[in-house]
Design a protein around this ligand. Structure first.
Ligand code: GLY
Length: 384
């Protein structure tokens, strides 16, 4: 009881302190890498961050047309201050372009323009651009440096952190990839102001996921502040992004290569990736697919007599406030799900292993979940 109340006091002091400032730095210390996540508002403009780029470094920014049009001056001013030349390489937007063809295009450009091993790639964009850029950096000249500048909520709280890079294959999502860490992550919530509500809500699904798997108090806080988060209240979003980065870096520090606890971050993703693969990475956003997947995982846990129905109800309520479809695609039946779930990276010997919540704030890995329970969970979600 005593330690609980001390924890609560410290938690609130930290929370209130952070709410009153606009910059924070989180160190991600791994076995072979150390890098910082810089989180703030107008981070690049105010030049608060301090990292060095040498004259010999050629910079290539990988981004898409929309982001470039919105933020060209912002980025230009930032890099100009560092007195460095850079070029921009535009790729097409969307999960359906996260494939080996796009990587090949970047590599062709790098090779034909004599980019050497001192090149630094900068990913300016969401998770798709970050994954492609990181993967390209990891294989070009056997590995060059890369910087993450995540511009979506989803990439700020999840995809940019922890070095998962890669591309999709038509057989499954993220089937080709590497673990390869950036040298720095520059997380500026200023970018969120131009994010569509749909993309913002997709990011909030991953935010809610952290509450479910790890932090009950954070989950309660999200419930109390969901409308402010949807409306991008600056202080609250900043607190929220910071808390997610702290949680994610905790997982990465303890299990960089996903041998155990890191896989808890995949709550809802086995069902969710099946949706994304089935719909060919079109129409269903990652967040919406994962939201459906989280609800299906709650139903799985309920059927195993682990998760209480009242918790599932709270999670459904939050997703409904975000106006998300949590039933999965109408035309996708349980057999379609099972087909893709069996080739998920967590599957072993054709057996489906799932992350399931056991209460708000804690999740576990459940091996070899029966197909019957999975089918019932999918069908229960369809009736919502
Ligand atoms: N997005 C889950 C992870 O990075 O492990």
């Amino acid at each position: 009881m005593k330690s609980k109340s001390i924890f609560y006091i410290i938690y609130n002091i930290m929370k209130n302190n952070f709410k009153n400032k606009f910059y924070n730095e989180i160190s991600v210390k791994l076995k072979n890498d150390l890098y910082k996540i810089n989180i703030g508002y107008m981070l690049l403009k105010n030049n608060i961050i301090n990292f060095k780029i040498k004259k010999k470094n050629n910079l290539l920014i990988i981004t898409n047309k929309i982001i470039l049009n919105l933020y060209k001056d912002y980025i230009n001013n930032f890099i100009k201050k560092k007195n460095i030349k850079y070029k921009i390489f535009i790729i097409k937007d969307g999960e359906s372009y996260k494939n080996i063809k796009t990587v090949n295009k970047i590599i062709n450009y790098l090779l034909s323009n004599n980019y050497d091993k001192n090149t630094i790639l900068i990913s300016l964009g969401g998770g798709v651009i970050g994954d492609i850029t990181g993967f390209t950096a990891s294989i070009y000249h056997r590995g060059i440096k890369f910087i993450q500048i995540p511009t979506t909520l989803l990439s700020q709280v999840d995809a940019s952190i922890g070095g998962k890079t890669g591309v999709n294959h038509k057989i499954g999502k993220n089937m080709i990839g590497t673990f390869y860490q950036p040298i720095i992550i520059l997380t500026d919530i200023f970018f969120l102001k131009t994010l569509s509500k749909k993309e913002l809500k997709s990011g909030l699904v991953e935010v809610i996921k952290y509450g479910i798997i790890f932090d009950k108090k954070f989950f309660n806080w999200i419930e109390d502040n969901i409308n402010d988060l949807i409306n991008i209240n600056k202080k609250k979003i900043l607190y929220c992004v910071n808390r997610c980065c702290e949680i994610k870096s905790f997982f990465i520090k303890n299990d960089e290569k996903e041998n155990n606890i890191r896989s808890l971050l995949n709550l809802g993703h086995t069902y969710g990736h099946a949706i994304e693969s089935y719909t060919k990475y079109k129409n269903w956003s990652h967040g919406e697919s994962v939201a459906s997947g989280i609800i299906m995982s709650c139903f799985t846990s309920e059927q195993l007599n682990i998760f209480k129905k009242k918790y599932t109800k709270r999670i459904i309520k939050l997703f409904k406030l975000l106006d998300l479809n949590i039933k999965g695609p109408d035309n996708m039946n349980a057999t379609d799900y099972i087909k893709y779930m069996k080739i998920d990276k967590k599957a072993t010997l054709n057996k489906i292993n799932l992350i399931i919540p056991i209460r708000i704030g804690k999740a576990i890995i459940m091996n070899n979940v029966s197909e019957n329970i999975i089918i019932k969970s999918i069908n229960k979600a369809k009736k919502l």
